[in-house]
Write a protein that binds this ligand. Structure first.
Ligand code: AMP
Ligand code: MG
Length: 466
């Protein structure tokens, strides 16, 4: 049996935090994707294909693993849900990489748990493949995120709108602690558990935080920076519920997420987001709202509640400034300028409105600036030409732009095509796309990966996959 050096700090926390149980074995685990670079970074031992399939399909529990499903709660679309938790995931355990980094190894789609509610605990190839591709693309873009180590098909059928092939994706994360993990203990009045969780999070993610207000301040900062980074690449998370807000400021839970093709601030892809709560331009507002929920969950740890409310309100209000600063840096870099001042914000705003009116491709418009803006319709109008003239007068730094503007993003229609092919047991589209996405700042020879979708290729809606 393969030896993996587990060190399971979460499993050592009180039993109120989780239910210990293994994954439910599957009929025919087959390894479809393996992230060799990540495996190496994690210092995983050599394993043959069969061993990997057995472990990351959930059939073998490796020595040292202490499989568990974690408890959490959360606000879903603003509505309080007192009991969520890992309903289709099992944390195998944690490993320390060569640099001392601590990583959760989690199987997603691994069978029912006490937190499954009405769900079957499974995942089908579509969402597993989307999570794999998009989370790895995010990592390659340099944006904090969970990672994907393996994708195993189960040889079983999962019943959704149709019978679909089952799959398990192995997620690697700095932890799986969410705002909702704090909320569950606060809501239940389990204050000792809440304090234990706060200590665990400070040890693990915020070693410089010396008290609860400082923890809150650092989490607010991390979330604000994360969301500014999403905005800068046109990423729409799609389901920013508090149970999907990672306390370390990592992107987590790739469900109905999508990268925009044509720019519009009100863009929504998720089939269940009817009110546009999680629309592109609303993400910073929701980030701040989620931080207010986090602050509320921390209140019971404070000796003087009224004073803490005042203090925490100021900290949460600081989200807006932290976000603005990060956003001005990111978007300034995209047009070759330093952090934008107020005039710069107006100048960028003018470009964004031209892009909105024109339905301009978000990624390609920014890329064209340092290359050949005339290729984009948005710069052919009088207003567009005028914008370019003004912009050139600001002496933009083209080198800065080349590392701020990815050439390749996981476009929906490409992800969708890879899913369709995989359902028919053809994994080459997935492999090719995954390869190109690992070098997002290089322009691939083949324009398949950079051109916007044709009208009949456009994906208008994405789904949670549950
Ligand atoms: P999500 O929207 O993916 O973040 O999931 C919200 C909650 O629903 C989490 O507690 C999940 O564990 C749970 N869930 C989602 N899909 C399933 C499923 N197929 N079976 C059981 N639980 C699920
Ligand atoms: Mg979730």
């Amino acid at each position: 049996m393969t030896q993996i050096a587990f060190d399971n700090s979460y499993a050592r926390l009180p039993s109120a935090f989780y239910t210990k149980l293994p994954a439910t074995p599957v009929r025919e685990p087959t390894l479809r994707a393996w992230n060799a670079d990540l495996a190496e970074q994690l210092g995983l031992p050599d394993m043959d294909m069969a061993e990997r399939a057995a472990i990351f399909g959930g059939n073998d529990v490796p020595d040292g693993a202490e499989p568990l499903a974690a408890l959490y709660a959360g606000h879903q679309f603003g509505n309080w849900n007192p009991q969520l938790g890992d309903g289709r995931a099992i944390l195998l355990g944690e490993i320390l990489d060569q640099d001392g980094g601590r990583w959760d190894i989690q199987l997603k789609g691994s069978g029912p748990t006490p937190y499954s509610r009405a769900g079957d605990g499974r995942n089908w190839v579509g969402p597993a493949l989307r999570e794999y591709l998009v989370s790895e693309a995010m990592a390659a873009l340099g944006i904090p995120t969970t990672r994907a180590l393996a994708l195993v098909t189960t040889g079983e059928t999962v019943l959704r709108e149709a019978p679909l092939p089952g799959a398990i994706v192995t997620r690697v994360a700095s932890s799986h602690i969410r705002v909702g993990t704090f909320q569950v203990f606060a809501a239940r009045g389990q204050i000792d558990d809440l304090r234990t969780l706060a200590d665990h999070v400070m040890d693990r993610h915020y070693p410089t935080a010396n008290d609860i207000p400082d923890l809150l301040r650092q989490v607010v900062q991390a979330q604000a920076e994360l969301i500014a980074q999403w905005m800068s690449v046109g990423f729409i998370h799609g389901v920013m519920n508090t149970d999907n807000a990672h306390v370390a400021g990592d992107t987590i839970d790739y469900g109905p997420c999508a990268f925009m093709d044509d720019y519009h601030p009100a863009r929504v892809f998720s089939s269940i987001d009817h009110g546009g709560r999680y629309a592109y331009a609303n993400q910073p507002n929701i980030g701040a709202w989620n931080m207010a929920q986090f602050a509320t969950a921390l209140l019971p740890l404070m000796p003087d509640r009224d004073a803490a409310i005042e203090d925490f309100t100021a900290i949460v209000n600081g989200f807006a400034d932290a976000y603005q600063t990060a956003w001005r840096q990111r978007f300034g870099a995209k047009i070759g300028l330093g952090a934008l001042d107020d005039a710069g914000v107006d100048h960028l705003g003018a470009l964004l409105s031209l892009m909105t009116n024109d339905g301009a491709d978000f990624t390609n418009t920014f890329n064209s600036l340092s290359d050949d803006p005339d290729t984009q319709k948005v710069f052919q109008s009088e207003d567009g030409k005028e914008w370019l003239t003004t912009w050139r007068g600001l002496n933009p730094d083209l080198d800065k732009m080349s590392v701020a503007n990815p050439q390749v993003i996981p476009r929906n229609h490409l992800v969708e095509a890879a899913i369709q092919a995989a359902v028919s047991e053809n994994w080459s589209a997935f492999n090719d796309l995954n390869h190109v996405l690992s070098r997002p700042f290089e322009r691939p020879q083949d324009d398949t990966y950079t051109r916007p979708p044709e009208p009949d290729e456009v994906v208008h809606q994405t789904f949670c996959g549950t």
